[in-house]
Design a protein around this ligand. Structure first.
Ligand code: BGP
Length: 476
């Protein structure tokens, strides 16, 4: 007997900008991902002012899924996927973001993709905004700093809900909306299309753009439910549990503040209201935010149906010697190595038990179904002379996480809808722009310099995951 319920969704996750390529095909506009250059392990990607000649933009071609999706979907079917998580590139539908009429060629692409998936018995799971807003909205409106972007986004959401309502049941609004809590430049740009100015307070920017996004999400939920009440519309948060470095109560309090500061987005998504600590903090800091009474009603009326989450790693934290009374905790403060855990080559601590811990914690806090829509380990792979790819490290990582999610379901009663490991097929890394930080079960012949045939081949992990799905998680 499987520990996981019948109908548990087994899938793989990607985002449009990281695999589609076709960056100017069929009327697509320039997205924020299109102006980010390739970085490397430990080397940041550059954000350029538009597409500049001579730069290397890995997302422009990515793995050319736009032209090869048919053969890739056949591989997903062979793998046995019952769902596939992707995003709709906003710039294929509204190239600049502020048009009123959508681009029919862009809409048609997703019709064809979803039809293809459904014909293979694969349920599409769709994120509306996954690090790929139109660059035009950045230039003209300053990204999510501008309230008008709420209407552009909800118009986009309404257009695709209407069009795909009978093809897509599971939706999410903003991918890893809470990444920007870390106040780092990269997350502000990818989450919100915001380029910070030297003289502004990043915290104030965070709370303002975050508020507009939450209002847009709540409106989208209401619009989607009005179009078709059968559609399930969730949020999507990055879960990165953070443990106190010791049993010193100050460390424990510091870790608790990290959780509060990291999950206020999901608090609002789920509760429809701001948590008290944050209202107090914002008032005391005198941020003077544009939050209207009508917004608060919208938030209350547009709560989500489920929580989508990514889980990769955990952190540990220690209080500073002299924490001020209004101390805050950001991911940049994760200042302690956890001696109980090993890390990936990119320095992400590997913590399978942290997944069970997080699923319990989220269930207790929110009482909603959960959906693990990203999990995995980026690693370089080696192609042997005979063309095989042996990736026991990937199998080991995923196996240990599936064991823990099964315990959370079977022992702890967590309501878990499904599991879609990140990068079912190798794609461009969001963080570094690399190809060789690989997550896939399917290898793509392309390197960090953009060289390769783009041919696909199955890694050992492909056959392993095929068995996992066929036995509903029994044979790991
Ligand atoms: C999440 C993003 C994905 C993704 C993944 C892995 O933050 O939602 O888009 O890429 O992390 O990160 P990376 O690509 O940097 O290895």
């Amino acid at each position: 007997m499987s520990k996981l319920p019948k109908g548990f969704l087994w899938g793989g996750a990607v985002a449009a900008h990281q695999l589609e390529g076709g960056s100017d095909a069929d009327g697509k506009g320039v997205s924020i991902a299109d102006v980010m250059t390739a970085g490397a392990n430990g080397v940041d990607r550059k954000i350029t002012d538009g597409v500049c000649p001579g730069e290397n933009y890995p997302n422009h071609e990515a793995i050319d899924f736009y032209h090869r999706y048919h053969e890739d979907v056949a591989l997903f079917a062979e793998l046995g996927l019952t769902c596939f998580r992707t995003s709709i590139a906003w710039t294929r539908i509204f190239p600049n973001g502020d048009e009123t009429t959508p681009n029919e060629a862009g809409l048609k692409f997703y019709d064809d993709l979803f039809d293809d998936l459904l014909a293979h018995g694969i349920e599409p799971v769709v994120t509306l905004s996954h690090f790929e807003m139109p660059y035009h909205l950045v230039k003209v409106y300053g990204g999510w700093r501008d309230r008008r972007v709420i209407d552009f986004f909800t118009h986009f959401a309404a257009t695709v809900f209407e069009r795909y309502q009978h093809k897509v049941k599971y939706w999410m609004t903003f991918n890893e909306i809470n990444n920007q809590n870390g106040l780092n430049k990269w997350a502000f740009f990818t989450n919100s299309g915001v380029l910070l100015k030297a003289d502004e307070d990043p915290e104030k920017v965070l709370y303002q753009v975050g508020h507009y996004e939450l209002v847009a999400s709540a409106k989208a939920v209401q619009i989607g439910h009005a179009i078709n009440p059968a559609m399930q519309i969730g949020c999507m948060i990055a879960v990165w549990p953070t443990y106190p470095a010791s049993s010193d109560p100050r460390d424990v309090l510091k870790a608790e503040r990290f959780a509060q500061a990291n999950y206020w987005f999901s608090d609002v998504h789920v509760w429809g209201t701001y948590p008290n600590w944050l209202k107090r903090y914002q008032a005391k800091q005198q941020f003077d935010l544009d939050i209207t009474a009508a917004d608060l009603e919208t938030l209350a009326a547009g709560t989500v149906d489920y929580i989508g989450l990514s889980y990769y790693a955990s952190g540990a934290i220690k209080a500073a010697a002299n924490e001020p009374a209004n101390f805050m905790t950001r991911s940049a403060d994760l200042n302690v190595d956890n001696p109980h855990l090993q890390a990936t080559e990119w320095g992400w601590p590997i913590d399978p038990v942290g997944l069970r811990y997080s699923l319990n914690w989220l269930t207790d806090r929110y009482h909603l179904p959960l959906f693990i829509v990203e999990n995995g380990m980026g690693a370089p792979d080696k192609v042997e002379a005979d063309g095989q790819i042996h990736d026991p490290y990937r199998v080991d990582y995923l196996k240990r996480h599936i064991e823990q999610l099964a315990l959370a379901v079977d022992e702890d009663g967590v309501d878990l809808m499904g599991y879609t490991p990140w990068g079912v097929i190798d794609l461009v890394s969001a963080g570094t722009g690399q190809m060789e930080k690989r997550y896939g079960f399917i290898y793509v012949d392309k390197d960090d310099q953009g060289r390769g045939t783009l041919d696909r081949s199955k890694k050992d992990s492909f056959y392993w995951y095929q068995k996992v799905i066929a036995t509903n998680g029994e044979q790991l």
